[in-house]
Design a protein around this ligand. Structure first.
Ligand code: NAD
Ligand code: UFG
Length: 339
């Protein structure tokens, strides 16, 4: 299939491009580079062994630009990663998050349908479950109260896409609810490249390990979890990338609406991750216990059985590969991608 990948220069998008090409698909990337660098696409092309990845530096909110891309290419489906994703920033700048994530998706979907492309895979998030009503979380778990505007954009966009599919059954909509993506391509050539101080656990750990930050703050050790620190379902980004290829098969079968949790089903605490990282990579990660972070929940991991049964997808990599590949990327690229 020929796939439009929005946000393809970013962390998950760049890894997904590799899986798409490996599976025999082709891709065209649109990205405004607001949170990425074109170097990621250059390295993806190098890993795949192609001269370049077709790329348009455009903003998906710009209808004319998007129309031009669709005029040049006939797409079978869109994998829609483009969006702003920093939880804390979304609390400070709610308008920007709603406008970019919801506004951008509305323009995208409208241009898609005008061009007869009615297949979309959307990057959703475990955050839509709020403080989950059940653990492990299945797709039947009710959506919850999000604690920030970023989460609401995901929750609302799920609803928007489901309503559009309901009104026009020619659409196939796959909502992939990612748990906590970590790791990097084993080559160490592409990975996560956060701007400024990382919000997420794994990039913070790697930046401490490489000496860019003094110590990790562990946000709370009094949660009702085995060691008191927060438990999450970390998933290797290459496994996550592969889930999109499997989701394309569901689209080819005209699935209508498909909703899937994409995680490993294993919950690891903050200290589990730190200890696994230190042991596997033989580097020090000093840390100290800090107060709980506002909006955090104690435990979040999924039951990924539905994705296995219906998409034939399951995670192959475990915690050791996650911490190994996260470190490999950081060690080889201490300052991320060059400009
Ligand atoms: P990322 O920031 O690395 O990639 C997103 C890309 O979208 C960036 O390259 C950015 O430049 C681009 N972009 C943003 N707004 C755009 C716009 N208006 N027009 C064109 N391009 C635009 O993030 P990621 O970690 O790769 O996440 C990809 C998707 O998965 C996002 O939608 C994110 O919300 C979702 N998600 C991520 C996580 C996570 O922990 N990384 C978890 C759940 C869901
Ligand atoms: N944590 C620390 N110290 C840090 C960073 C994180 O102790 O410096 C802890 C958190 O308190 C939490 C765990 O590490 O217990 C994971 O935190 P992350 O920020 O890495 O991930 P979250 O589960 O909070 O949220 C992430 C994304 C959200 C997404 C959610 C579910 O940031 O966008 O996963 O997919 F919605």
């Amino acid at each position: 299939m020929k796939i439009l990948v929005t946000g393809g220069a970013g962390f998950i998008g760049s890894h997904t491009l590799i899986e798409l090409y490996k599976a025999g698909h082709s891709a065209v990337v649109v990205d405004n580079l607001s949170n990425s660098k074109p170097e990621s696409l250059r390295r993806v092309a190098e890993i795949i062994g192609v001269p370049e990845i077709p790329f348009f530096k455009i903003d998906i909110r710009d209808r004319d630009d998007l129309e031009r891309v669709f005029a040049e290419h006939q797409f079978d489906a869109c994998i829609h990663f483009a969006g702003l994703k920093a939880v804390g920033e979304s609390v400070e700048k709610p308008w920007e998050y709603y406008e970019n994530n919801i506004g951008g998706t509305l323009v995208l979907v409208d241009v898609m349908r005008h061009h007869g492309c009615k297949n979309i895979i959307f990057s959703s998030s475990a955050t839509i479950y709020g403080d989950p009503a059940e653990i492990p979380i299945t797709e039947n778990c009710p959506k919850g109260q999000c604690t920030n505007p970023y989460g609401w954009t995901k929750s609302m966009l799920e609803q928007v896409l489901m309503d559009i599919q309901k009104a026009d059954p020619e659409w196939n909509v796959v909502l992939l609810r990612y748990f906590n993506p970590v790791g990097a391509h084993p080559s160490g050539r592409i990975g996560e490249n956060p701007n400024g101080i990382p919000n997420n656990l794994m990039p913070y750990i790697t930046q401490v390990a490489v000496g860019k930050r003094k110590e990790l703050g562990v946000f709370g050790n009094d949660y009702p979890t085995p060691d008191g620190t927060g438990v999450r379902d970390y998933i290797h980004v290459c496994d996550l990338a592969n889930a999109h290829v499997c989701a394309l098969q569901a689209i080819a079968r005209h699935c209508g609406i498909g909703i899937y949790n994409i995680g490993t089903g294993n919950g690891y605490s903050v200290l589990d991750m730190v200890n696994a990282f230190v042991k596997m990579n033989n580097v020090a990660v000093p840390y100290s216990i800090k107060p709980r972070r506002e909006g955090d929940i104690a435990t979040c991991y999924c039951n990924p059985a539905k994705a296995k049964a219906e998409l034939g997808w399951e995670a192959k990599f475990g915690i050791e590969e996650m911490v190994r590949d996260s470190w490999n990327w950081q060690r080889l690229n201490p300052d991320g991608y060059p400009d």
